[in-house]
Design a protein around this ligand. Structure first.
Ligand SMILES: N[C@@H](Cc1c[nH]cn1)C(=O)NCC(=O)O
Length: 593
């Protein structure tokens, strides 16, 4: 049945709907990354980075196990019904997450991310299984490419829309961050609606194909019965039968017959996993380490780019003329009277420090500073005293800091956040643009295993450059986008070539579960590395990402070696490989005479 769906024109509508359905998932998955700095301002805490990483970790922890069962249920219950269940979960999760942000509660926000995760990853599994049913052979990678492209548009739109909503759309009872998350919930509602549209289309196609198959079966068996009657009619009956076989064979494309047996009547068991071969396990390992330096990197990209390029720490020799007084704003004695200069040299003609792209210097201590009597300021507290001011004490949502005492710091922080958020979109922008083209090419030239080892080579360069050089981040981020797009273009369409057709859902579930092990653990490693390095991402976090990419190169090499030994399926154009073609011989006819 699956293979025959790939012959129906309505598959393109299914693809369009499946892509639109994923926008909500990707938009909301990346909400924390695009709202990182706004959340830090809304809920400042010394544990902020840990809570922040947990938003990704709790999404992924249940998914270390669940997609495996999700994939199995997709194979058992059918993908379309699973689309509705999982889309409902992402909507419910996003609502709880947005509610948590509205009441500024980390526990609710984390609970929302858990529920969102229960739906999110299983939804990608169900959707991959739908695509593998409706698209085969020379259209499979193209379908995955188009799908990733439109899904990633969701991430890109989120990177622009969410910070803008958070900045500009705060109402009295709803802070900006929660407004941005409620917008996400609205988009998830749209995803659920789209999932509801796919179900009747899939059902109608399944029924139509079942009816056609039954009609063909009835016709051929009645002709066979007639043929067995003996007598002089045999020759003409035989030629009618040949005609039916030809028509039926035409309906099933050659690639469909080779790649996808009709799986409806075959029993599907979780234990089928033990039959998954080395190629599947290498693909899974590659997915773990390579995605490990793509998605977790994106979650921290805003912070990494701020630290590296747009909000660099000033040199310790750069100090305020009056370190115990406000640096800039309505509470500053006078900006010109409290400048920052290097080494405390405040003589005429010495230029201000720290300069463009650096965080302005803020007061080192404050003693009973109040907003009383200063018009235009509505401060959160009546008086502000700090023996030592640290960056986490500065709450730019509080007028005291943003307009009163550290205006230059808060303004520069807001500008740096906007720049980092748009620059960090580069990889996903590239993925949105390149994925369909790469999918089209992969379907035509193959070389899946080769590309799966070249892409992480590029990622090694990207993360070494980000970790150890200080120039513009644009070139490495373009590299990250190209490498990620290449890798995704070959990884996901390779899965159906590595297992039997009946286990495709289970295989997508398992590889997604393995991927989520990395997505759960890697953000925690990154935040630990940051804490151990005095709150700095660089270079240690980038060394970690480089290590993941290097492991990807190694696994990619093994993939090529094992693929070559097993007939070169992954590197072949049509995913059949030398050995398989030889084994299977010509396309199996529907029936032998
Ligand atoms: N399993 C997903 C993870 C994800 C990302 N955003 C939402 N879920 C996945 O890997 N998708 C493919 C991709 O390239 O992101």
């Amino acid at each position: 049945m699956a293979s025959q769906k790939s012959q129906l024109t309505v598959r393109w509508l299914v693809l369009l709907l499946a892509c639109i359905m994923m926008i909500g998932n990707y938009y909301c998955y990346d909400n924390p990354a695009s709202l990182h700095n706004s959340m830090q301002t809304l809920m400042p805490s010394t544990n902020f980075e840990t809570y922040y990483s947990l938003l990704y970790t709790v999404y992924s922890i249940p998914n270390i196990v669940l997609p495996f069962f999700g994939g199995f249920f997709v194979d058992k219950l059918g993908a379309p019904i699973c689309l509705i269940i999982f889309s409902s979960l992402i909507l419910a999760g996003q609502i709880v997450f947005a509610f948590g942000a509205s009441v500024e509660s980390w526990p609710f926000m984390l609970m929302g991310r858990v529920i969102f995760g229960l739906g999110g990853e299983n939804l990608t599994v169900a959707q991959s299984a739908v695509l593998a049913q409706w698209f085969v052979g020379k259209e499979l990678a193209l379908a995955f490419g188009i799908n990733l492209s439109i899904s990633r548009l969701g991430s890109v739109i989120n990177n622009y829309v969410s910070p803008a909503v958070a900045d500009d759309l705060a109402f009295s009872d709803f802070n900006g961050v929660s407004m941005a998350l409620w917008v996400g919930a609205l988009i998830c509602g749209g995803s659920l609606f789209t999932a509801f549209m796919i179900v009747p289309i899939d059902k109608a196609a399944t029924k139509r194909l079942k009816d056609t198959t039954k009609f063909n079966d009835d016709l051929t068996s009645s002709l066979l019965e007639d043929g067995e009657d003996g007598g002089g009619n045999n020759r003409s009956k035989a030629s009618s039968f040949d005609g039916i076989r030809a028509v039926s064979a035409e309906r099933m494309s050659t690639s469909a017959m080779l790649l996808h047996e009709d799986i409806d009547e075959e029993e599907i068991r979780l234990t089928d996993v033990k039959n998954f071969g080395v190629i599947f396990w290498l693909l899974s390992l590659s997915c773990l380490v390579v995605y490990g330096c793509v998605l977790p990197f994106n979650s921290f990209a805003s912070g990494i780019l701020s630290e590296r390029n747009y909000f660099k720490a000033p040199s310790s020799s750069c100090v305020l003329m009056n370190p115990g007084e406000c640096s800039s704003g309505l509470l500053a004695v006078n900006a010109t009277k409290n400048p920052a200069r290097d080494d405390g040299d405040f003589s005429e003609g010495v230029s201000n420090c720290p300069g463009d792209d650096f965080a302005p210097v803020f007061p080192t201590s404050l003693d009973s500073v109040t907003c009383n009597g200063v018009s235009g300021l509505s401060c959160d507290k009546s008086s502000y005293t700090f023996s030592t001011v640290t960056s986490s004490d500065i709450d730019c949502d509080d007028d005291f800091w943003s307009k009163g005492c550290a205006k230059n710091y808060c303004d520069a922080y807001s500008d740096a956040t906007k720049t980092s958020d748009s620059v960090m979109s580069i990889p996903y922008f590239i993925s949105a643009g390149l994925s369909p083209l790469l999918g089209f090419l992969v379907d035509r030239i193959g070389y899946r295993a080769v590309v799966a080892s070249l892409a992480p080579c590029m990622l090694v360069w990207v993360h070494l450059t980000l970790g150890f050089e200080s120039g513009s981040p644009i070139a490495p981020l373009i590299g990250q986008g190209v490498a990620y797009s290449l890798f995704a273009a070959v990884l996901w369409p390779s899965v159906p070539f590595s297992v039997e057709a009946k286990s495709v859902g289970t295989a997508y579930g398992l590889i997604t579960a393995i991927q989520n092990f990395g997505l759960a653990v890697f953000p925690l490693i990154v935040s630990q590395l940051k804490s151990a390095n005095g709150g700095l991402y660089l270079p240690n976090c980038e060394v970690f990402f480089t290590g993941c990419a290097a492991a990807g190169v190694l696994v990619g090499a093994l993939l090529n070696i094992f693929d070559a030994r097993r007939g070169g399926k992954l590197n072949s154009i049509d995913g059949k490989g030398r050995k398989e073609v030889a084994d299977r011989g010509p396309p199996t006819p529907l029936m032998t005479t």
